[in-house]
Write a protein that binds this ligand. Structure first.
Ligand SMILES: Nc1ncnc2c1ncn2[C@@H]1O[C@H](COP(=O)(O)OP(=O)(O)OP(=O)(O)O)[C@@H](O)[C@H]1O
Ligand SMILES: [Mg+2]
Length: 236
């Protein structure tokens, strides 16, 4: 069977097939394989510098592999045009909120994506209000984004991703800098989403609460992780 047919049959919404990536001499991913299936919430852990963020950037084409294939939403993606098609349906929460936020106010930042998707002004206003409410941030709509605290920026960055209603969410440390109550709220929101999620986190409790499966990045490859998952908890 051809490799392309095989990929289609695996039914993965995101697939990395033998992906190798280097920064100069440093091999970050070494023939790395990944499958994310519809509805799955895959928790990804790994030491600082193990390549988790790099892996996410490869999925959305912000960097290109030296070898191997990146298959997203059923098609192999190679060119910038290929990746442009998937940057709406695949929502990436950047590790650094400042990479995500660029508008003067919170409402404008959250509105930016839906506007670009061609929604009407009324639709966008409804999405902004609903998304901010979901995260308990109704009162932040008119705040100046760059003056927010780190945790507040984290939530607004997440709001900008959720507002796009992506088919898949790639979340790089969504709870970094969040207090316990806000972390619980984010957990509730994520557990209520039907979408597939690839969740990078150093927070083991959060990871095990959210993930239906966990994996670890070690020496450039994904290895099975021994973390408990939400599926083994009573509330699942
Ligand atoms: N632009 C770059 N140029 C050169 N090396 C880089 C660059 N970006 C990342 N690296 C290196 O690639 C490796 C993987 O980095 P990456 O950011 O993917 O790690 P990570 O697993 O996300 O780490 P963390 O848990 O700290 O967020 C690190 O050794 C890092 O120093
Ligand atoms: Mg990282």
């Amino acid at each position: 069977m051809s490799p392309l047919k095989k990929a289609a049959m695996s039914n993965a919404i995101i697939k990395l097939d033998q992906v190798t990536f280097r920064f100069g001499e440093r091999t970050v991913l070494d023939a790395c394989n990944l499958d994310l299936h519809p509805g799955e919430r895959l928790g990804l852990s790994g030491a600082n510098g193990s390549g988790k963020t790099t892996l996410l950037t490869l999925i959305v084409g912000l960097q290109r592999p030296e070898q191997g294939r990146v298959i997203v939403l059923g098609e192999e993606r190679r060119s910038e045009a290929d990746f442009r098609q998937i940057r709406g349906p695949v929502g990436l929460l950047f590790q650094d909120s400042d990479d995500q936020l660029f508008s003067p106010t919170v409402a404008e930042d959250v509105a930016f994506g839906p506007f670009n998707l061609g929604k009407s002004r009324a639709e966008v206003e409804a999405i902004v209000a609903q998304t901010l409410a979901q995260l308990g941030m109704e009162s932040f709509a008119d705040r100046v984004t760059y003056k927010l605290s780190g945790g507040e920026k984290r939530l607004v960055a997440l709001a900008t991703v959720l507002a796009m209603e992506p088919k898949v969410l790639l979340l790089d440390e969504p709870t970094a800098g969040l207090d316990e109550a806000v972390t619980d709220r984010v957990a509730d929101v994520l557990l209520g989403l039907p979408q597939a999620i690839l969740l990078v986190s150093h927070d083991r409790g959060f990871l095990s609460q959210i993930a239906t499966r966990t994996t670890r990045l070690e020496a450039g490859q994904l290895v099975p992780s021994t973390e408990a998952t939400g599926l083994s908890q009573e509330n699942r």
